[in-house]
Design a protein around this ligand. Structure first.
Ligand code: IPM
Ligand code: MN
Length: 327
């Protein structure tokens, strides 16, 4: 987070007055107070233009507490129905795909529905007869708005290709809603070429033929899984940025690295801040600072291209990128 703010401050023109406010959320706060995200802070966050969220999660906090009580609470409260996750093959990165043709695609992951809504339950919990359900919620409203957004994004890109990823050979009800909506909206975008892949097949192509993808639209859980895979094949999770976006502007959008908090190396100055810094670029683009966003992305590319194999600290990477974006 410190490196993200450093680069943000360095890239903004002098006449842009940046106001930031820090919110103490996450594992340490929870240990101290038992709070994840109290209503007063949620209300206060609502008044910002954008939110930059540090990676959360800690093994000392029971699984799900921070995920549901903080991250998902923010995504749901601020109706972040677009979870935007771009993947680009950066130079000089450790990836099984190094040297392949340019890979540049973006996953538009639905952000407010699917199995993430908490619609489920458990019967006879803890007994040998336990039954657990976790219902995937898909509404016509929710599917249509993310599909439309993905078509808009595809139409604005040079290749104009949109792939729907689902599993409609098994998940027939949700699959039908997604495919039907996709085909109906597609008729309004004759300039966009479309494709459909089952999610299992899509994982093959992410590895064997990633250049076939331009924009991908998919549900919340498939999108979660696919974007970790996308990160792994395009340079590692340390480079993967994301935006939780409410395109209507009714709520502040929120930007965060795709990765977790890496508690095993916390405080050692070893974590790669690049994903957070690239998330700052997404934040800037969302607020209309396209030039500054591009400067950050170009700086990351140049920095990786000129990397000499010497391991740098978190601070050193942040410093190097701050110098590049400022010059
Ligand atoms: C992500 C994360 C979250 C998700 C978790 C931490 C709730 O894995 O942002 O990809 O599943 O969405
Ligand atoms: Mn994830």
């Amino acid at each position: 987070m410190a490196q993200g703010l450093k680069v943000l401050n360095a890239v903004l023109p002098q006449d842009v007055k940046l106001e930031t406010k820090e919110y103490d959320l996450g594992a340490q706060r929870w240990h101290r107070t038992g709070d994840t995200l109290p209503d007063a802070e949620l209300e206060a966050l609502r008044n910002h233009d954008a939110i930059l969220l540090g990676a959360i999660g800690d093994p000392s906090v029971p699984s799900g507490v921070l995920e549901r009580g903080l991250l998902l609470k923010l995504r749901f409260a601020f109706d972040h129905f677009i979870n935007l996750r771009p993947s680009k093959l950066f130079p000089n990165t450790a990836t099984p795909l190094a040297g392949r043709p340019d890979i540049d695609f973006v996953v538009v992951r639905e952000g407010t529905e699917g199995p993430y809504t908490g619609n489920g339950g458990s019967l006879r919990t803890g007994t040998p007869a336990e039954v657990a359900t976790e219902v995937s919620v898909n509404t016509a409203y929710g599917v249509e708005r993310v599909v439309r957004d993905a078509f808009e994004r595809a139409a604005a890109r040079p290749r104009k290709k949109l792939t729907l990823v689902h599993k409609n050979n098994v998940l027939v009800y949700a699959g039908h809603l997604w495919k039907n909506t996709f085909d109906r909206v597609a008729a309004e975008y004759p300039q966009v070429s479309t494709d459909y892949l089952h999610v299992d097949a899509a994982t093959i192509f992410f590895v064997t033929q990633p250049e076939r993808f331009d924009v991908i639209v998919t549900d919340n859980l498939f999108g979660d899984i696919l974007t970790d895979l996308a990160a792994a094949v395009t340079g590692g999770i340390g480079l993967a940025a994301s935006g939780n976006i409410n395109p209507t502007g009714a709520f502040p959008s929120m930007f965060e690295p795709v990765h977790g908090s890496a508690p095993d190396i916390a405080g050692q100055g070893k974590a790669d801040p690049t994903a957070t810094i690239l998330s700052v670029a997404l934040l800037l683009r969302h607020l209309g600072y396209d030039t500054e966003a591009a400067r950050i992305e170009d700086a990351v590319s140049a920095d990786l291209a000129e990397r000499d194999g010497v391991t740098r600290t978190t601070d050193e990477i942040g410093d190097a990128l701050a110098v590049r974006v400022a010059s």
